[in-house]
Write a protein that binds this ligand. Sequence first.
Ligand code: ME8
Length: 491
Amino acid sequence: MTILKKIKLKVRKIMDKKFYITTPIFYPNSNLHMGHAYVVTICDILARSAKLQGKDVYFLTGSDENTGKILKTVAERNQSVDFYLKELSQNFKDLYASLDISYDQFIQTSDKEKHWPGAVALWNKLVEAGDIYKSKYVGLYCVGCETFYTEKDLIDGKCRIHLTAPEQIEEENYFFKLSKYTEQIKNKIQNGELEIIPTSRKNEILALLERGLEDVSFSRPIKNVPHGIPVPNDPEQVIYVWCDALVNYISALGYGLEDDALFQKFWPADVHVIGKDILRFHSAIWPAMLLSAKLALPKSILVHGMINSGGHKMSKSLGNVLDPKELILKYGKDAVRYYLAREVSTFEDSDMTIEKFKEAYNANLANGLGNLVSRIMKMAEDNLDSPIHIHDSEADISLYFELLNNFEIGKACDYIWLQIGVLDQYIQESQPFKVVKVDKEVGQKMIAGLVTKLYFVAMMLDSILPDSAEKIKTLIKKNKAPETPLFIRKD
Ligand code: ME8
């Protein structure tokens, strides 16, 4: 790519006044675990940060409901699909509320009014482009992944993710001409029009494109997924759940509906945030669908690292699934947000255990941030005559925002905790609490300076720990020390 083009892409990113960010839409086969809490939390941090930088933000999340795998669960529970989905989506929303997730819309793909017209409209576009044809699919299908596999995708004949043997199926399906778009997608990823972050994931998808893409089966017989979206003009078939799920990113904005103002305003997405497990769907199948329908491609795809627990992938059978709700109850929402933002690597896989969580909580929240707030505000309450008035414009936190604009969430947190360390050290070395006793004016100046810097820390924390940031700002406004520490040490 030429330097000029690179600069143009960067300028496009900075100048754009709108910011559209999405999470994956989750399967509603059980409650969300820590991995799901992770992706919604990092999206929330990026959404809040964009808003604080004056962007018009739209933050989408939701659930992927036209999947065959919930049929087993509802049969076991003797419930209807609708009843089950209602209960589960409410659980999702409760978790979001308990983590202060500032989403704008929770899309459910079972929503016949909101989502189905978009899925049908897009399908019709693929047909119009001549990219849908009927053929026989003979092969393997893993219901857990809702994915068609070949023998070479398996380990010992089993799906790598679910460790079960996929079903052998023989079906007459509609296929999508994915192969036709291989070169175009490769070019767009290579020249940065579709940015895949980090580079290791970009290289992984480029290697896949280099080997070439095969056409994919894009529908299933209705008897397998009776609650799926019917294929237009063929009542025997439903749209393959991944085709329907990916469309959520535009149907939520009104694509296919009369009122598509949100679509006109926010598409293309600035960033789809996903885990590496669904990279191929987002950086090969989704761009191909958009190219076929002559729609703009998302600007970037951020592929985050996965959370393992005790060295293993979280799984119910291993009993190592971490429930975010339990940690929120015991430690508070900001403690969980802190851990996910800073202690989990943004791009690499990380291991999470309760022991690690407690250690980080005590060291960096109870001792680090919490202690600093108590120390500074105690000095301020005891020695300042009135609250300090600070204007947001006095702060220079552009470096912090730059890190977040580059999706470096962990580094952005390190930057804040570096400032916390500097303030701690200053108090220790300069001892303003002693100075103020011998020279009131100089001591007061030092304390006012500390309060101002603490305010800047709170401004940065706005996107990461919104609740704590608000508490710190209120204490500063009232010139009061907290009655109880912001984070109480846990043994
Ligand atoms: O794949 N660590 O839904 P899903 C970190 N419905 N993140 C994790 C994680 C872990 N251990 N486990 C899951 C689906 N995630 C489809 C998506 S999108 C059009 C359709 C996160 O419920 C991660 O972001 O299996 C992963 O990509 C996503 O949850 C998968 O959620």
